[in-house]
Write a new protein. Structure first.
Length: 383
């Protein structure tokens, strides 16, 4: 197994000391030994964005820090993957020419299922309810629902949201027995035709319960949920109205209220404040303070991406980015050991990899290669 490490991991030797004499403890007399806690890992899915080529899934281990590249079986990771983790499974949404959702065991990376979403469907995200996968598919009439175990497939029709019949749905999230779906409502050139729309779907019956407009156009990215008791536990999603025209500081990280009276609920932070659009957001409770970590990206003369912190308790954006200007960050994940893992796209095709932060302090001195340059804005998970 090939590993790239920050320092070579030393071997651990266990010496068992036994007293002399005949009263040695037998196996049945030995005290129980607690199993060591599972080792924290981050996993990253990265694609090449070249038709017909495969992506990679690589693991970053902690204690010591080391990368184990290309851990997924052949055919599991496409050229444009998005990664979600639900429980002990990883769901890889293979967009573009993949048109499937591949389910991996989160511990062994064995393929448990690969479910097709239909030719040309271009799936963008996945939400799970029982055996049903709700897959917003960009080039369909709405949401493809695929059932595990049978592969049965149907489409929830949201075409009424968009004059061209394709509402360009980009994200989905399960809240209780409902699935919230965000749609961009774009024309054939991907130019927004008005505010983004949210559809609330009954997860048991697939019926559309209600729809409503966001404040801004083009929900771009995926839903995440705020902690209970923080800003109502709302869903949040970035909206980027003018990204197709190269303008990345309009819009905001929008809130969506869930529950009995779902609605658009204002902004957490604007992209003008961030100096770029929120490519990825993650919540962390650090020293009893709820924080929203944000990768803010922009494109002017060259790509930029930095890590920023937002205090959810005081609704305050930190005055300066955590990462230096030379880094081009595209993705992040919060780990159960309190660390942050960020993906650095870098500027050279052969460079880039993963960096690790403990709050504002970076623990790595260079990006740790993963076998392919990171590029996706939702390809990281840590557990």
């Amino acid at each position: 197994m090939i590993r790239t490490a920050l320092g070579s991991p030393g071997s651990v030797l266990l010496f068992l000391l036994a007293a002399c004499g005949d009263n040695l403890a037998g196996p049945s007399d030995a005290p129980p030994v607690d199993a060591p806690p599972p080792r924290t890992r981050a996993v990253i899915a990265a694609g090449s964005f070249m038709a017909g080529t495969a992506g990679v899934l690589s693991t970053l281990w902690f204690d010591p820090l080391e990368v184990e590249p290309r851990v997924a079986p052949n055919g599991a990771i496409g050229n444009d993957p998005v990664l979600r983790r639900f429980g002990d499974e990883l769901f890889v949404v293979n967009r573009s020419d993949g048109n499937n959702v591949t389910i991996l065991d989160a511990a062994t990376f064995a393929v448990k299922a690969q479910l097709a979403t239909g030719a040309g469907s271009n799936p963008y995200d996945v939400a799970v309810f029982g055996d049903k996968l709700f897959v917003p598919a960009f080039d369909t009439a709405g949401v493809v629902v695929v059932t595990r175990g049978t592969g049965a497939r149907e489409t929830i029709d949201l075409s009424a949201l968009d004059l061209d019949g394709e509402p360009n749905c980009a994200s989905a999230y399960t809240v209780g027995d409902e699935v919230y779906v965000a749609c961009g409502v774009l024309d054939g050139g991907y130019v927004p035709q008005g505010p983004g729309r949210i559809a609330v779907i009954d997860a048991a019956t697939n019926a559309v319960k209600t729809t409503f407009a966001l404040a801004n156009a083009n929900p771009f990215g995926v839903f995440e949920r705020l902690p209970a008791g923080v800003l109502g536990g709302d869903l949040v999603i970035p909206t980027v109205p003018n990204l197709i025209n190269g303008e990345s500081t309009s819009g905001c990280v929008e809130r969506v209220q869930t529950g009995a009276a779902p609605k658009a609920n204002g902004c957490v932070v604007t992209h003008a404040q961030l100096g770029g659009y929120a490519a990825r957001v993650e919540v962390q409770i650090r020293f009893d303070t709820p924080l929203l970590w944000i990768i803010a990206s922009s494109y002017d003369t060259a790509p930029h991406g930095n890590l920023q912190g937002y205090d959810l308790a005081t609704s305050t954006l930190w005055p300066n980015p955590v990462s230096p200007p030379a880094q081009v960050l595209v993705d992040l994940a919060v780990c159960p050991n309190g660390m942050l893992v960020v993906a650095d796209r870098a500027t050279a095709m052969t460079a880039g990899g993963l960096r690790v932060h403990d709050g504002i302090m970076e623990q790595t001195t260079a990006p740790m290669p993963i076998g392919l340059r990171p590029s996706a804005s939702h390809g990281l998970a840590c557990y």
